[in-house]
Design a protein around this ligand. Structure first.
Ligand code: PLP
Length: 424
């Protein structure tokens, strides 16, 4: 009988890890208050809860003019539009991210230029950014991926030198800090998702942090069907000029939930940091596991997921098989995103989207080679669920125990995977 649960052995854990999102009476009271008030929606923008959320969220991140909206994809489209980025402009995006990072500039008419990541951090590689610059480059979208942060010193220096807009995709980085500065407050824009898997959630939702009150006013107009808004994204300014906009307003019910989430956030962030340090230490003792580089300038880490790398040679299998084995052991685990230059839905003939069809030369994915992203996405990255940390040291110990067990039985797993593939 095999030791490995995937091959019929007993799993490391039989109890599930705790669920997300967490909630208590405060969430019920907050939603009930909004229901009873009759002010459910986002119009007129901003409603009282939305306005308070904007204030509390920029306090949490330590800066910026916050404009709440419906999700963390639209935030980046609105950022492009507020900065005047549109048809035919080039926007640099990392190859390792969720598709929204590349889809959002396309929704604004811009072309995503997919660039490689740093193999040690998995975030956008500043050297690759410099090589990708052209006279048409208007912006760089960085993604602070999983629990990592992009080298913001290098990116801001490139942006300043070439007069580029910087958008930080912080869908994974609520509470993170770079040299003491909050994620999303260093670029011109910081884009946050409040979608239900995110570590601060209102079910669905997003927040755009803007560097200036003028940019926030534009963002507020774009999400409020173009109605002019006061500086900083404040109330409607009836004397102002309309912009082209849509209805991307957050509802008051969602803002109320996000506000309760912000109350809980500091204690959760502290617990995650402590458990992640313990995870770094424990994982670094497992042969074939590489803990991702921690940059000393990354002064506060935030954990949407905990990401590490395996050496497929030492495990005898790629990360997808390892993750399947981990899940069988009762540990929530995922092999991460597909590389953006392998994302076939962006292909002109499949997407029928305006940008790929108008500029097909940017979407010749079979001719693109981005080795660091390919290695991470196809072979080595492993994403552990944040729920592991909410179970304290026991959660971490079980996850590490499962990985060690798989490592110790790697030969057997590799043989089984080979047989499986042969019979497919
Ligand atoms: C890196 C990244 N960017 C953007 C998004 C989009 O956020 P939303 O789902 O709120 O649109 C997500 C996740 O959903 C994400 O993981």
């Amino acid at each position: 009988m095999s030791e490995l649960a995937l091959l019929g052995g007993s799993p490391t854990r039989t109890e599930p890890y705790p669920e997300w999102p967490v909630w208590d009476q405060r969430d019920i009271d907050a939603v009930t208050e909004v229901v009873k008030s009759g002010r459910w929606g986002g119009y007129p923008f901003p409603g009282p809860k939305t306005e308070l959320l904007a204030k509390k969220f920029s306090e949490l991140q330590g800066g910026g003019y916050a404009v709440p909206m419906i999700n963390g994809t639209v935030t980046m489209e609105v950022a492009c539009r507020a900065a005047g980025i549109g048809w035919g402009d080039e926007v640099i995006v990392p190859a390792y991210t969720f598709q929204a990072t590349a889809a959002a500039p396309m929704a604004a008419g811009a072309i995503p230029v997919i660039v490689d990541v740093d193999p040690l951090t998995y975030c956008l590689d500043p050297k690759a950014v410099e090589k990708a610059l052209t006279p048409k480059t208007r912006a760089i979208i960085v993604v602070h991926l999983g629990h990592q942060m992009t080298d913001m010193d290098a990116i801001l220096a490139i942006a300043e030198k070439h007069d580029l807009i910087v958008i930080e995709d912080c869908a994974h980085a609520h509470g993170a800090k770079w040299r003491g500065r909050g994620a999303g407050t260093m670029g011109h824009f910081g884009s946050f998702s409040l979608q239900s898997s995110k570590i601060l959630t209102s079910g669905e939702g997003g927040i755009l942090l803007c560097r200036t009150p003028e940019l926030a006013a534009k963002a507020a107009s774009i999400i409020d069907c173009g109605r002019p808004h006061a500086l900083g994204g404040g109330p409607e300014d009836y004397s102002g000029e309309y912009l082209m906009g849509s209805n991307y307003r957050l509802s008051e019910l969602q803002a109320a939930l996000a506000l309760v989430g912000i109350e809980r956030f500091p204690a959760q962030a502290k617990m995650r940091e402590e458990m992640a340090a313990y995870m770094d230490e424990s994982l670094s003792e497992v042969p074939g596991v590489r803990v991702l580089k921690r940059d000393p300038r990354h002064t506060a880490r935030s954990f949407y997921r905990y990401v590490f790398a395996i050496d497929p040679q030492q495990f005898g299998v790629e990360h997808d098989v390892l993750c399947a084995a981990m899940r069988a052991e009762g540990v929530d685990c995922w092999e991460g995103y597909e590389a953006m230059h392998h994302y076939t839905l962006f292909q002109p003939q499949k997407s029928r989207l305006a940008v790929p069809n108008a500029f097909p030369e940017y979407f010749q994915f079979d001719q693109m080679s981005l080795p660091a992203a390919e290695r991470a996405c196809q072979h080595e990255a492993v994403w552990l669920d944040e729920a592991i940390f909410r179970l304290g040291q026991k959660g971490v110990d079980d996850a590490v125990k499962a990985i060690s067990k798989i490592q110790q039985n790697a030969k057997e797993l590799a043989e089984a995977a080979k047989k499986f593939r042969e019979n497919e």
